[in-house]
Design a binder for this molecule. Structure first.
Ligand SMILES: Cc1cc2nc3c(=O)[nH]c(=O)nc-3n(C[C@H](O)[C@H](O)[C@H](O)COP(=O)(O)OP(=O)(O)OC[C@H]3O[C@@H](n4cnc5c(N)ncnc54)[C@H](O)[C@@H]3O)c2cc1C
Length: 346
């Protein structure tokens, strides 16, 4: 049985690797640009298990074991600065405590729920006076997303899989209601199945088979800041956001001692910045967004109103990427956000 995996991002590379590892005899990965050239290579690349619902925790715990194995056995760059999710209500605290128990069931034993005093003691560089509690995963962190894809693809190739990079699936051929082949550029390749791991392009791939795949790309952005003073490290990924809350939240993590990456996360999508054509994503800097990250609007949560006026987020240097056809089909994600959180550098 021949299987063609379409897309060389985190999801396609993982499907490719796991299919080969589990004994599929004839697997081919096709990537139109470069490995990790879509959302994957433009992400914050944070890997963590600090979710609040059982299914996502189970999925992330499983993934974490893969990242750890790749780090241990193949040297995947994995910076373990931790992941700190902040809460603002008594309900958040209960959800954090429940998350710790569920994580333990799934083999993650070092996650802890922190009360405000303990959080402030552990993270003196953060201003945490308005939190009700925090959820902290000390062994979480960020990986090199390009190397991650390369490693999976190398392992899959070593196991007998084939890889075509810089080649585009232009058409699917069907016979009797089933996939019978793909056109890679203008070369016809017979196959018995395809995996649609094309991220923001997944809808387009589905349409080639007459299927409606409900995946759309939305613009997401990361902003790179250079604080005036070196950061006190290790600074964990800080996320001022709890899933299911209808507001946007800030997230940030250190990149180097002089660089911070930050962005906003929200769950409710509008129709803005949703082009029909994933190629049409804007990639120019969006200075309104930079300003929203750096200077939260008045009337936000308490931390916004009471925050110190001087924030390291006030030194934008560049707006990395912008674009990002982010999508999920055979799809992924893992992680994700602090309004007006300021931190001390000394
Ligand atoms: C700003 C930002 C920050 C993020 N931060 C995080 C984070 O910290 N942690 C986290 O887990 N997730 C994060 N995400 C989400 C994460 O990046 C995505 O969920 C993940 O990368 C999706 O992977 P993918 O393989 O589905 O898509 P992609 O990486 O977009 O890969 C799809 C690939 O398919 C290829 N393709 C499309 N059409 C064809 C075709 N016809 N033929 C051949 N190839 C084709 C594309 O070229 C592309 O390389 C972030 C996303 C963004 C945008």
């Amino acid at each position: 049985m021949k299987i063609v995996v379409i897309g060389g991002g985190a999801i396609g590379a993982s499907c490719f690797y796991h299919l080969v590892e589990r004994g599929a005899a004839d697997v081919m990965l096709v990537e139109q640009a470069g490995l990790a050239s879509g959302s994957t290579g433009r992400s914050a690349a944070v890997v963590e298990t600090q979710y609040l619902d059982r299914d996502r925790i189970a999925l992330c715990a499983w993934s974490m074991r893969l990242f750890q194995r790749l780090e241990r056995e193949h040297g995947l760059p994995f910076v373990h600065h931790g992941y700190l999710r902040l809460g603002h209500t008594a309900e958040d605290v209960l959800r954090f405590q429940r998350s710790v128990l569920i994580q333990r069931e799934h083999g993650v034993t070092d996650a802890v729920a922190l009360d405000p005093d303990e959080a402030a003691r552990r993270f003196p560089m953060l201003r945490l006076d308005d939190v009700s509690g925090a959820l902290f995963g000390p062994s979480d962190g960020h990986v090199d997303p390009v190397r991650y894809c390369e490693l999976l693809v190398e392992r899959g190739r070593a196991g007998g899989g084939q890889v075509l990079v810089g080649r585009r699936v232009a058409r699917l051929h069907l016979a009797g209601g089933r996939v019978a082949g793909v056109d890679v550029d203008d070369e016809r390749i017979a196959c018995d199945a395809v995996v649609n791991a094309a991220g923001a392009w997944a809808r387009r791939i589905g349409a080639m088979a007459g299927l409606g795949v409900p995946v759309d790309g939305y613009r997401r952005q990361l902003v790179v800041f250079e604080p005036p003073e070196p950061l006190r490290r290790p600074l964990p990924m800080v996320v001022d956001y709890t899933p299911g809350v209808e507001r946007e939240g800030l997230y940030f993590r250190d990149d180097t001692a002089r660089r911070l990456v930050a962005g906003l996360h929200w769950e409710i999508h509008g129709d803005w910045e949703r082009p029909d054509d994933p190629e049409a994503f804007r990639t120019d800097p969006d200075w309104d967004y930079v300003a929203r990250v750096a200077e939260p609007p008045a009337g936000g949560p308490a931390s916004t109103r009471s925050r110190q006026t001087r924030s390291p987020l006030s030194v934008p240097r560049q707006c990395r990427d912008s674009t990002t056809p982010s999508g999920v089909a055979a799809s992924g994600s893992s992680s994700h956000p602090l309004w007006g959180r300021s931190w001390r550098t000394s």
